[in-house]
Design a protein around this ligand. Structure first.
Ligand code: SF4
Length: 180
C-alpha cells in the first residue's frame, strides 16, 4: 500500500486537541509507517499540499480561518473535524453570546490587568475576527468528526488507523476496545 499524506491543522482552538494527538505516544510510529505528516504544528510544513486526510482542530473565527478551511477542503480527500471546537464551536464559541465590540473592549480596553489605557490592536496583518464563531461544517463539508474536549487519544489513533487502512471508522467500536 502506498503511503498516505496526512495533515493536522490548528484553527480556532487551544491546541489541546493536538496535545491529545501527541498522547498517542509510540503509536505515532504506526501512523508514520502508513503516512507522511506533510503539514502540522508538529512538523515544519507551512504549505497545505494535497493530502489524503486532514485533521482540523478548532472553529472558524476569522477571515483567515475561512480562507484556510476552504483551501483545506480543496486539498483534502477526507476532512475530519477534530474536537468539540471544530464540531460545535465549544469554548471558542463562548464569545458568540456577546457583541464582538464588547469582546474586544473586555480583552483590550477594560482588562483589569491593563497598567495604562488599553487599545484594541489594529494592523492590516492581523486576522479579522468574524462577528460569530462557526463550526467547520457551516463552511465546508466534513467527512467525519472526532468529538471530545479534547478527544481521547485512543479514539484519535483508532480513527487515524482505520482511515489509513482504507476502512471507515466506527467510533462505538473504539469505545468498546477501550472500555470492554
Ligand atoms: S475541543 Fe477542547 S481541547 Fe480541543 S481546541 Fe477546543 S477547547 Fe481546546
Amino acid at each position: 500500500m502506498n503511503k498516505k499524506k496526512l495533515a493536522t491543522v490548528w484553527l480556532g482552538g487551544c491546541s489541546g486537541c493536538h496535545m491529545s494527538l501527541l498522547d498517542i505516544d509510540e503509536r505515532i510510529l504506526d501512523v508514520a509507517k502508513l503516512a507522511d505528516i506533510v503539514k502540522s504544528p508538529v512538523v515544519d510544513g507551512k504549505e497545505m499540499p494535497p493530502v489524503d486526510i486532514a485533521l482540523v482542530e478548532g472553529a472558524i473565527t476569522s477571515d483567515e480561518h475561512y480562507r484556510e478551511i476552504v483551501h483545506i477542503r480543496k486539498q483534502a480527500k477526507t476532512l475530519i473535524a477534530f474536537g468539540d471546537c471544530a464540531v460545535m464551536t465549544n469554548v471558542t464559541g463562548m464569545r458568540n453570546y456577546f457583541h464582538l465590540k464588547d469582546v474586544f473592549d473586555t480583552a483590550y480596553v477594560n482588562a483589569i490587568s491593563n497598567d495604562k489605557e488599553g487599545k484594541v490592536p489594529d494592523h492590516p496583518s492581523l486576522l479579522k475576527l468574524n462577528e460569530k464563531v462557526v463550526p467547520l461544517q457551516e463552511v465546508v463539508k466534513v467527512d467525519f468528526v472526532i468529538p471530545g474536549c479534547p478527544p481521547d487519544a485512543d479514539a484519535i489513533f483508532y480513527v487515524l488507523f482505520e482511515f489509513l487502512n482504507d476502512r471507515f471508522p466506527n467510533l462505538s467500536k473504539a469505545k468498546k476496545l477501550k472500555y470492554g
